[in-house]
Design a protein around this ligand. Structure first.
Ligand code: ZN
Length: 228
């Protein structure tokens, strides 16, 4: 039975570096501008990243990629956390939606495959001072038991989810990993919607820079959370 533990303090989770969505503008300057706002207001934030999407094939090549350079240059006070491995972006968009109930990116992966991919991503991210392995952000908020079995053997303490899938989470064993569930369409939404709901819900705020570039709203949110 999944249990939800109340989040202490107000945390912002920014997903999708790099974004693999082929239909969207992925100009990293946009993300850089948003991160500057977070940093200016000393926001307690996480940037969720998928290391298998970095340039290069080998671990060494990925560590030397422009992706790692971007993270080093732009995430100074925030934390960098793992957002799956390749986010399932090798699959077609329609099919990944159909896989959400079965674990999205992790569907059809054995424990061994999940473990070896986790280990490679963990080694890549370990070159960053502010990588925090205690948080895991599953792509599309999709999880399955094999993933949780593996995360239970790692340093994972918190898993970030979306309330839309609450019924699915109830059937899974999360061991002692705490669920940080953002409220779908309230605090897991475009920044203008988050701003409307920010005082009514105190869960983790979840944003997606590729789909939401409202700098003014993001700054207003940053001002509010940085006062708490
Ligand atoms: Zn994502």
């Amino acid at each position: 039975m999944a249990k939800k533990i109340e989040q202490k303090g107000r945390l912002i989770r920014m997903d999708d570096f790099p974004s693999g969505d082929k239909k969207r503008n992925k100009d990293w300057n946009i993300l850089s501008n948003i991160l500057k706002i977070f940093e200016n207001y000393h926001v307690n934030y996480l940037l969720a990243t998928s290391p298998m999407l970095y340039d290069g094939d080998t671990q060494k090549e990925k560590i030397n990629s422009p992706h790692i350079k971007f993270l080093k240059d732009n995430v100074i006070t925030g934390k960098i956390v793992m957002h799956g491995f390749n986010h399932g972006f090798h699959l077609h968009w329609d099919s990944i939606v159909e896989t959400w109930e079965k674990g999205g990116e992790f569907m059809n992966m054995s424990h061994e495959e999940i473990n070896s991919k986790y280990e490679m991503c963990d080694k890549i991210l370990s070159c960053l001072n502010n990588y925090d392995p205690s948080h895991f952000v599953p792509p599309f908020n999709a999880v399955n038991q094999n993933l949780l079995d593996v995360l239970n053997t790692k340093e994972t303490k918190f898993i970030h989810l979306n309330s839309f899938f609450n019924a699915q989470y109830d059937s899974l064993d999360f061991y002692d990993i705490e669920l940080l569930i953002a409220e779908n369409a309230k605090t897991y939404a475009d920044s203008s919607v988050i701003l409307e709901n920010i005082y009514d819900y105190d869960e983790v705020i979840t944003m997606h820079w590729v789909y939401d570039q409202n700098y003014q709203c993001i700054e207003d949110i940053s001002k509010i959370v940085s006062k708490k």
